[in-house]
Design a protein around this ligand. Structure first.
Ligand SMILES: NC(=O)C1=CN([C@@H]2O[C@H](COP(=O)(O)OP(=O)(O)OC[C@H]3O[C@@H](n4cnc5c(N)ncnc54)[C@H](O)[C@@H]3O)[C@@H](O)[C@H]2O)[C@H](O)CC1
Ligand SMILES: [K+]
Length: 294
């Protein structure tokens, strides 16, 4: 199991998609942390990273006028990953960023956390549309029109698919991944670059090549390439880890991870509440992961 390291040398164990699902389950069932709370923490941190990357509305230099508003396009799917993207749109707009979102499906097809985040946006007067609903002046199809839209943006957020990828991306989702790949606009992927298997790092079909990946709670095993001396996969880009508020006792209950084991051995008599699993975040709610060891 690859162990990731922060810039200051703090070690963070990685998880497979199934282990992450188990962390989620324990967080919800045993600690009563709500899925929507975790989504909110993910979306808010994502918005913060996007703001850092695009600059204050009055401070942008280079591509735009000094007083321009940064434009961010969030491409969102229908699962937990899309929910985080929709949440980030709200936080970006609250801070004055021009953020809009396009879904890989009709908004009426959303349920669960994505449905809730979508309703919060629409009830706040923010339009949420399917990428296929776009009617471009030049009559171009979804794929081409979307590529133009992305090219005009300052940053694209990829919140289409996270650790829930099942088989090669298909339909509108695959077209949206193609459009991201065809544009040269910087991409921030939420949790996992869409199309990449979180556990193995394989790409069964089209996949996003991210400039930055903001992964949630713990890094995923597939981010390190077993065949290439555990190097970070280039498709992950700059790897950041977000704190989504999961308390250490959840990781202990799930009972995985070399780092967790080692900490337990050092403090074998500690009770659940005392296990000193050291969160790597320090004073911030995200941290950069720079390398990996076995
Ligand atoms: N503790 C956490 O880590 C939390 C993670 N969160 C986020 O939730 C996702 C996982 O959510 P889930 O709903 O299980 O799956 P996804 O959103 O990744 O994907 C489901 C979504 O994708 C579609 N889909 C799957 N495969 C394909 C395909 N081959 N082609 C097209 N579409 C596909 C599927 O139909 C669904 O719509 C995790 O990654 C985090 O981002 C939360 O923030 C809560 C806590
Ligand atoms: K994603």
């Amino acid at each position: 199991m690859p162990v990731f390291r922060t810039e200051s040398g703090h070690e963070v164990p990685s998880v497979t998609a199934d282990e992450m699902r188990e962390v989620d389950r324990v967080a919800v069932d045993c600690v009563e942390l709500g899925m929507l709370q975790m989504v909110e923490n993910a979306g808010r941190t994502l918005a913060g990273i996007v703001r850092r990357k695009t600059g204050e509305p009055t401070q942008i230099v280079g591509r735009r006028e000094a007083d321009a508003t940064p434009t961010v396009i969030v491409l969102a799917g229908g699962g937990g990953n899309g929910a985080g993207g929709l949440c980030a749109v709200r936080h970006l707009r609250n801070h004055g960023w021009s953020a809009r979102t396009l879904l890989d499906r009709d908004p009426t097809d959303l349920s669960g956390p994505a449905g809730r985040q979508c309703r919060i946006l629409t009830k706040s007067g923010v339009a949420v549309t399917a990428a296929t609903d776009r009617h471009d002046a030049d009559g171009s199809d979804t794929d081409t029109g979307l590529t133009h839209l992305l090219a005009d943006a300052d940053l694209v957020v990829d919140a289409l698919i996270g650790y829930g990828l099942s088989g090669p991306p298909h339909g509108t989702t695959a077209e949206m991944i193609d459009a991201i790949e065809a544009s040269e606009t910087p991409v921030v992927s939420l949790d996992v670059p869409s199309g990449l298997q979180a556990t193995t790092g394989e790409t069964p079909g089209v996949a996003v090549s991210a400039d930055t990946t903001l992964t949630l709670a713990l890094p995923k095993t597939g981010f390190a390439d077993e065949a290439d001396d555990l190097d970070l996969r280039p498709a992950v880009g700059d790897l950041l880890l977000a704190d989504i508020g999961i308390p250490p006792v959840v990781y202990r209950r799930v009972g995985f991870g070399a780092v967790v084991d080692r900490v337990e051995k050092e403090d074998a008599d500690a009770t659940d509440d005392q296990i000193p699993y050291r969160q790597p975040f320090g004073a911030r709610n995200w941290v950069r992961l720079v390398d990996v060891r076995r």
